[in-house]
Design a protein around this ligand. Structure first.
Ligand code: BES
Ligand code: MN
Length: 443
């Protein structure tokens, strides 16, 4: 079968984990995936969790071979704003040299490349050079809340020498990229309640606190005038960048000019005293992801809103602990909040940051595989995004993770018109095969 046909089928499932309306579609996607892995010649099954199933698949294992756990996710981010898509998010199309659909890069295209690599090797050679365990979850985009427990419960069956993940970026087309660090994250919803209902702003305005005003004041206190997060203690555990990292990053083909173009922002902005790459890869941040209060419809409506809500997330770096920072942030917000409104915080998902030495024997094997696949020297980066399970692999299974991503800077992950370069899809299939061969020879 044409690899693209498979990718199209995978992409047609609207497997949006964040939105409960799509629950059946996420389940259906897991079922298809399980079936597809069986078809590839693997023993596949679904592990039930209180959330979405984890799809697990393995080849015939032999005790004298290395075991590689290949991790990915079949869930995707919500698609809104739908109006900004040039074609429908779950009706994949090829335009030019790219395939467009939600999940094309993040992460269906990348994980399917691994599956097809394994299938092809099994078909051509009858066997793989290593034991493989695929672990493909349906809750990565909502913080991998149940996968940690699955790893703990199945520690024996899921034990591996090394984890391989393609869910990160490449610095530019054709440049093989080895990611050795990720930021952590925790998400928080801040809810303020003012008057019992929306009030007439003429009759009551001026006599009661407006929760939208209070929220704005609180949010504006999150950063100081130098772009630093103002939460006391926030930076206490931040591990400074090392010299070798600065040296390697200086060689990357990532310029501020490119960053400006990719973001479409008017200018770059962030914490004073740090370069763009340092700001996103090695410094923690506080972001407002969503804001809601009062009337959002056409025209004006003169009210004092009764509620105001902000969705916040904090990106963390080694060695910050999400739980500790969450407490510091919540205490800070409580102190900022006046008596005139009531405040609630809703804790949402979190994940630890990840950092691994790139020069371990497995790391070097992965770099050889990248070089064989792309015929270019490897770029070494950290990423600003988060894959919450990577540190959990280390904590629960004791296993390091190799991050060999195929996402390009303009892949529009999480945005309208998400896309995946077809060339990278095929490169991913070869990368899987080169990787398994190189890992087999690690001593
Ligand atoms: N593939 C991304 C993580 C990523 C993005 C790594 C860019 C490197 C560069 C992953 O699917 C993702 O989006 N993760 C979420 C996790 C969160 C929802 C807990 C993220 O980073 O926002
Ligand atoms: Mn994502």
């Amino acid at each position: 079968m044409d690899p693209l046909e498979d990718l199209f089928t995978f992409l047609r499932f609207p497997s949006i984990s964040a939105d409960s309306q799509f629950r059946n579609e996420v389940e259906a996607c897991a079922e298809w995936l399980c079936h597809r892995l069986t078809q590839a010649g693997l023993e596949a099954h679904r592990l039930v969790t209180p959330g979405f199933p984890v799809v697990v698949a393995r080849n015939q294992h032999r005790p004298d071979r290395k075991t590689v756990l290949i991790y990915g996710h079949y869930d995707v981010q919500p698609v809104d704003p739908l109006a900004l898509w040039d074609s429908l998010p779950f009706e994949p199309v090829v335009k030019g040299n790219k395939i467009y659909a939600r999940g094309a890069t993040d992460n269906k295209g990348q994980i399917l490349a691994h599956i097809l690599g394994v299938e092809q090797a099994l078909r051509e050679k009858g066997d793989l050079p290593v034991n493989v365990v695929f672990v493909i979850e349906g809750e990565e985009e909502v913080g991998s809340g149940h996968l940690g427990q699955v790893l703990t419960d199945h520690r024996q069956a899921l034990g591996a020498d090394i984890v391989a993940v393609s869910d990160t970026g490449m610095v530019a087309p054709g440049i093989p990229t080895f990611t050795y660090g990720l930021r952590g994250i925790f998400c928080l919803e801040l809810r303020l309640q003012g008057p019992a209902v929306d009030l007439h702003s003429g009759i009551f305005g001026g006599s009661v606190a407006n929760p939208a005003t209070v929220l704005s004041r609180m949010l504006s206190a999150l950063h100081d005038a130098h772009g630093r997060v103002a939460v006391p203690g926030f930076y206490d555990d931040v591990k400074p960048l090392e010299d070798w990292e600065r040296t390697l990053w200086a060689q990357l083909p990532l310029t501020d000019e490119l960053w400006l173009r990719t973001t479409g922002a008017k200018q770059l902005s962030g914490e004073e005293g740090f370069s763009t790459l340092e700001r996103v890869w090695a410094r923690p941040t506080a972001e407002i992801n969503g804001l809601a209060s009062g009337y959002q419809g056409e025209g004006s409506k003169t009210i004092v809103p009764s509620r105001a809500v902000a969705k916040l997330s904090f990106r963390l770096v080694p060695n910050q602990d999400p739980e500790k920072i969450r407490r510091q942030v919540t205490d800070f917000l409580r102190r900022l909040c006046p008596e005139s409104v009531s405040m609630d915080t809703l804790s949402q998902h979190e994940g630890k940051p990840y950092l691994v030495r790139p020069d371990s024997s497995y790391g070097r094997a992965a770099q050889r595989a990248l070089e064989r696949t792309f015929q270019k020297p490897v770029a070494f980066i950290r990423e600003g995004g988060s894959i919450p399970i990577t540190q959990t692999f280390k904590d629960v299974l004791g296993t390091d993770t190799l991050l060999l991503g195929l996402a390009l800077p303009d892949c529009k992950a999480h945005s309208p018109n998400e896309n995946f370069l077809l060339e990278n899809f095929y490169a991913g299939i070869r990368l899987n095969q080169n990787l398994l061969e190189e890992l087999a020879h690690v001593t």
